[in-house]
Ligand binder design. Structure first.
Ligand code: ADP
Length: 449
């Protein structure tokens, strides 16, 4: 097992990884920007190295600085967390070349899955159902031809896309011209390549994803699904598991398909396969080759520490259990709490004058915040994840309502009031929602109040 792990991230996920390491008797190295010198992840780690100025491109995305920090401190492995360099195959390759273990899949597997066009091809070959789609589009005319072949509506996506960027929907030829041009322009600005392709656009799907774990010896298990349909601008806001839309037989069926596909692809470590789900059918969208923000809800219902498993697998350990050993208990829901105006979503960085996190049975708060902490303006606005576990979905909902009430954050605006609104809606309570529900709700109800 590793003696020392460098955590190439900040915020709550850096704490999350630190906690798993400490429980495994592993020492931790935090890296931080100049703006994060007082951050909790720096305070808790055994060692800390400043890797550059505030801007992410100068610090948390600064590959040579992070690798130097690992070499200087003698870290055996690097955990990338999520965001930043977590899906950067070049970084994983650099880490490998320096004789340090990258806690995640190999750079080759990341490269394959990071390219949406190649990933779709690999998915089909591995037996995963996908949406009808096109290859890389060569021109507007090519785009229009493909759209007519697939049938409108379609969604144009960047080959290297992520974070909901570079995606445009078209319902007819006229819209296609704009969608193609805008998707390419966005892709060019945000990613290394401006190559785009298209998929059939599903009109009322749910977003359901499967968590898998795979070791170096061909053992693969799934930890069930997460329903992440409560989204705004293609960004997840609330996630829950199990999905209110699936029954045990459906879970078993998609679970088997996913595990077989992962074996065929030869993927190793933790990963998530994202699907759209409509009218009883699954459509593979993409695979995330890293830890997901919403992993704690799966931990709640399986009792499996996913970060610990990532570290064990990367160190060469075998899973040590089979699918039959995995049981699902109760229901879990996560709310992502952002320092944002809950109506306009404008980020609200600033000083936290007072902080009281809820507690009690079945309540987990993953956060880097403490009273007196100043949220810097340079990074993601998520400041806490509230993860609730209950025996039933209803029990989890009641507990979530109680915990949101108990949460006190004074000094900045947060999205807590939005979460309170969402969870009091009949559709949410009944589990009757799709990926568009939140945006419709915001338009028709929330903004009118
Ligand atoms: P990213 O990698 O940028 O997160 P994804 O491909 O995972 O992009 O898609 C993000 C979100 O966009 C999905 O959760 C879903 O809400 C929406 N979306 C993507 N593809 C489709 C599609 N074919 N039909 C309908 N909605 C889609």
């Amino acid at each position: 097992m590793f003696g020392k792990v460098l955590i190439a991230n900040r915020g709550e996920v850096a704490l999350r990884i630190h906690r798993a390491c400490r429980e495994m008797g592993i020492r931790t190295v935090a890296v931080h920007s100049e703006a994060d010198a007082n951050a909790m992840h720096v305070r808790l780690a055994d060692e800390a190295v400043c890797i550059g100025p505030a801007r992410s491109s100068d610090s948390y995305l600064n590959k040579p600085a992070i690798i130097s920090a690992a070499l200087i401190t003698g870290a055996d492995a690097i955990h990338p967390g999520f965001g930043f360099l977590s899906e950067n195959a070049d970084f994983a390759e650099m880490v490998e070349k320096h004789g340090i273990v990258f806690i995640g899949p190999s750079s080759a597997q990341m490269r394959l899955m990071g390219d949406k066009i190649m990933a779709r091809k690999a998915a089909v070959e591995a037996g995963l159902p996908i949406t009808p789609g096109s290859p890389a589009l060569e021109s507007v005319d090519d785009a229009i031809a493909w759209a007519n072949k697939i049938g409108y509506p379609v969604i144009v996506k960047a080959k290297d896309g992520g974070g909901g960027k570079g995606m445009k929907i078209a319902f007819n030829d006229k819209e296609m011209v704009e969608a193609y041009t805008m998707a390419r322009a966005e892709a060019k600005a945000a990613f290394t390549s401006d190559v785009v392709y298209m998929e059939k656009y599903l009109q009322k799907p749910r977003h359901i994803e499967m968590q898998i774990l795979a070791d170096k010896y061909g053992n693969v298990v799934h930890l069930g699904e997460r329903d992440c349909s409560i989204q705004r601008n293609n960004q997840k806001v609330i996630e829950e598991c199990p999905s209110p839309a699936l029954n045990d037989a459906q879970r078993k069926e998609i679970g088997n398909i996913v595990c077989n596909a992962i074996k065929k692809i030869g993927y190793q470590n933790a990963g998530t396969l994202e699907f759209l789900y409509e009218d009883g059918k699954f459509y593979f969208m993409e695979m995330n080759t890293r830890l997901q923000v919403e992993h704690p809800i799966t931990e709640a219902i399986t009792g499996i520490d996913i970060v610990r498993e990532q570290i064990r697998i990367a160190s060469g350990a075998a899973l040590g259990y089979t699918q039959d050993d995995i049981t699902f208990s109760g229901h879990a829901i996560e709310c992502r709490i952002n320092a944002e105006d809950p109506e306009t979503f404008t980020p609200c960085p600033g000083k936290i004058n007072e902080w009281h996190a809820p507690g009690g049975l079945g309540v987990r708060v993953d956060s880097e915040i403490y009273s007196g902490y100043t949220i810097p303006p340079y990074y993601d606005s998520m400041i806490a994840k509230l993860i609730i576990h209950g025996k039933t979905r209803n029990a989890a909902l009641m507990r979530l309502r109680r915990a949101l009430e108990e949460f006190v954050i004074i000094g900045v605006k947060t999205t807590i009031p939005l979460h309170q609104e969402i969870i009091s809606q009949a559709e949410f309570i009944d589990g009757q929602y799709n990926i568009h529900w939140l945006e419709h709700f915001m338009e028709n109800h929330y903004h009118k109040k």
